[in-house]
Design a protein around this ligand. Structure first.
Ligand SMILES: *Cc1c(COP(=O)(O)O)cnc(C)c1O
Length: 357
């Protein structure tokens, strides 16, 4: 039996996509081979990469002067790739709004001066600093943000309007809200939250910014090289790219990012409304910055939280344990989480509250 999986990542994928992958697993596109066995130089596989790229361009409205590439190493490798491709003047600004934002900043500091211009750790990352009041460095090569903070359940309501190119880690929210790509220099996202199985990371980068990576930048981390080779410089993570392509087709069929955002907002509002009216459960994020993807909540009692997580699991609602840095619970309700899953969670929370409140 399939459960409702609230994992923050790897996370639930659309059932229709899993079934399609199962159906064509032994014989992909009439090749008589699995997509995991086929050469990445085979026309049938190349068509998959090109389709995933063109769907990304279409669904996010990516202009032609931006590269769209699929790379390996997860978002964490991009923490290094960002400075290695962009830090020509040796300085960049970072807004630290959570654990991954902090890691990106620390990685940036290996290669140059990584200036922390914003930090919301004073209130356990429950808000996003006012981006209009930050002290941006006039000579920064870029400004790095984490648009949705997976662990703490916050997201930018408004993006910085800065002079330096804006670089955003969108791992846990890409394809869940409409964005104006032209406002960003670079967007990157590990796939395993909202797009595909782990193994592939999508990078969208303005081409004029990526022509001269730092001398020490490894070839594999050079976005320019990946772009020139159509994401096929070396053997790509074929299965993950194939799954991403299926998810993107499914997303297009469902009406694209706008329709998905409406569905995601509806699901998140159901859950937040319930929590805000609950006498037992509480979400500590400043409402303006609440994520529509990751919803952390607590009862205020560690033992009760543990009981909740265990009983929810028995009821087929799994992976609700919060990140070890915050404790409590977290429901990740990505694009692929059906509204029925959120409703089932709320019904379970109501019952738990009646029995334990
Ligand atoms: C999960 C996550 C990461 C880390 O991704 P990996 O692919 O495991 O390296 C980085 N940033 C954000 C916002 C994430 O949610």
């Amino acid at each position: 039996m399939r459960v409702y999986n609230f994992s923050a990542g790897p996370s639930t994928l659309p059932l229709a996509v899993l079934k399609k992958a199962q159906e064509e697993f032994l014989d992909f596109a009439g090749t008589g081979m699995s997509v995991t066995e086929i050469s990445h130089r085979d026309k049938a596989f190349e068509a998959v990469v090109r389709d995933a790229e063109s769907l990304t361009r279409e669904l996010l409205n990516v202009p032609d002067d931006y590269a769209v590439i699929f790379v390996q190493g997860g978002a964490s490798t991009q923490f290094a790739a960002v400075p290695l491709n962009l830090m020509h003047g040796g300085k960049a600004d970072y807004i630290v709004t959570g654990n991954f934002a902090k890691k990106a900043w620390q990685e940036g500091a290996i290669y140059g001066e990584a200036v922390k211009i914003g930090d919301s750790s004073d209130k356990v990352y429950t808000y996003i600093p006012d981006v209009d009041k930050l002290d941006y460095s006039p000579d920064a090569d870029y400004v790095h943000i984490t648009s949705n903070n997976t662990i703490f359940g916050t997201r930018y309501a408004k993006f910085p309007d800065c002079k330096a190119p804006l670089v955003a880690d969108m791992s846990s929210e890409i394809f869940s809200r409409e964005i104006d790509v032209t406002k960003f220099g670079v967007i990157y996202a590990g796939a395993q939250k909202n797009l595909a199985p782990a193994g592939v990371t999508i990078v969208i980068a303005r081409r004029d910014l990526i022509q001269e990576p730092l001398k020490i930048c490894p070839t594999m981390l050079r976005w320019k090289v990946q772009d020139e080779n159509g994401s096929l410089y070396n053997t790509p993570p074929a299965f993950s790219i194939y799954m991403a392509d299926l998810v993107l087709r499914d997303l297009k069929e469902k009406g694209g990012v706008k329709a998905m955002n409406e569905a995601d907002t509806y699901k998140a509002n159901l859950l937040y409304d319930f929590i805000d009216n609950s006498a037992l459960f509480k979400n500590n994020v400043v409402p303006e910055f609440r994520s529509i993807m990751n919803v952390p909540f607590v009862t205020g009692d560690n033992e009760l939280d543990a009981k909740f997580i265990a009983e929810a699991k028995k009821a087929g609602l799994v992976s609700l344990k919060g990140h070890r840095l915050v404790g409590g619970m977290r429901a990740s309700i990505y694009n692929a989480m059906p509204v029925e899953g959120v409703k089932a969670l709320i019904e379970f929370m109501k019952k738990f509250e009646r029995e334990n409140g």
